[in-house]
Ligand binder design. Sequence first.
Ligand SMILES: Cc1cc2nc3c(=O)[nH]c(=O)nc-3n(C[C@H](O)[C@H](O)[C@H](O)COP(=O)(O)OP(=O)(O)OC[C@H]3O[C@@H](n4cnc5c(N)ncnc54)[C@H](O)[C@@H]3O)c2cc1C
Length: 427
Amino acid sequence: MTIIWFRLDLRLADNPALAAAAQRGDVLPVFIWAPNEEGDWPPGAASRAWLRQSLRALDASLRERGSRLIVRRGPSLDALQQLVRETGADAVFWNRRYEPALRERDAKVQQALIAGGLRVETFNSALLFEPWEIKTKTGGSYRVFTPFYRACQVAGGPRSVVAEVDLRTRRSASLRSLNVDELNLPASLHPSWEPGEAGAQRQLAKFAKQARHYAARRDRPDIAGTSRLSPHLHFGEVSPWAVWRAVTTECFRRQLVWREFAHHLLWHFPATTDEPLRPEFARLAWRRAPKELRAWQRGETGFSMVDAGMRELLATGWMHNRARMVVGSFLVKDLLLPWQEGARWFWEKLVDADLANNTLGWQWVGGCGADAAPFFRIFNPSAQSEKFDPDGAYATRWVPVALKPMLDHNTARQRALAAFKAVRKYG
Ligand SMILES: Cc1cc2nc3c(=O)[nH]c(=O)nc-3n(C[C@H](O)[C@H](O)[C@H](O)COP(=O)(O)OP(=O)(O)OC[C@H]3O[C@@H](n4cnc5c(N)ncnc54)[C@H](O)[C@@H]3O)c2cc1C
């Protein structure tokens, strides 16, 4: 029997570890709740709420196929070894994760299981390419997106789909399993979301029909023009190759490659979750202003695009990409507060919180990452509203009563530029 250890691959279709396990014979599907193994970045509240429903959906799909999900608490290694003792399983298969703390954890688990005589195999289910597969001509890593994108295009077309598996799980009937509700994950999730594989497929099919308008609409937060697949992709409810195949629009595929780039950077520069990739930015004279941070978090800055974005996040667990860039710029440049504060808040509130994408996003707005927006290019939040929310529909949807601006943008801009110049001067 093979244990299939589900992690961020909460789907049955096109799941390489599951398919390989099923080929060997009986399969034992397992999920282990061990947030304290995720280092400084255990899943935030919104992710936990999503996970709860996604696990229930996975269990339901397994039951439809005569199987079920065995849910245990960590430590992961102990839980796996216990399951091996209970079932006599001779192998453990899983799909890889790329977060620094989990890379380390997985290496230790793998070593211990192999030392115990088990067969361990790991697979790629989450990415188009492994982060180490795309290399510069000299064998190094990329720091600029466009050449990375070109290298991905050269690297080859879509992998073929992993065949649908026929699950056999004869011996799991008597095994102890926690009910997903016993994990005490939050129940509140905006009703517009449908976590789980079926929800991901529905969202993909819906988006594929309107993907031809993506390029024209993707920058408009007042229009539902993007795919909203980010939480589904994060939790592995749909494979990136399946999305790639379903949507041929070039501009959309480019965004999928940004996701690849984010994982490439996280793999090669794991410290960037907390530290700027460009080290001189560690010296930037950030302010400490808890009340202003709170106003930003609550969407009470008085700038309509910023407040709409932050309130959309609080209400739904998601925010449009254009708004993410605008609220990020406002925090880092207008308020001169550290980008890490923004990354933490997003981590807690986003249903698609993803260590690779969030780190890339915040280093980008902070001007301190790979291929980032230069620090001196400072968004004017009012001009952004006029351009990308021309009728004010996004603003009025989330901020029915406008507030008085908490600062003067031009003064704040000069303050940010002065702080940036000081960094350059002594760099
Ligand atoms: C400050 C900041 C923080 C961010 N934090 C996250 C995060 O925690 N999780 C997350 O998934 N995305 C994050 N993003 C990237 C982007 O905003 C979201 O992926 C996107 O808004 C999700 O909506 P969608 O699925 O409709 O995207 P679409 O426009 O439909 O794009 C399709 C998919 O491509 C990927 N993608 C799109 N844009 C990016 C990007 N800039 N970087 C990496 N992948 C991208 C996502 O997986 C997305 O689902 C962040 C961006 C910024 C500026």
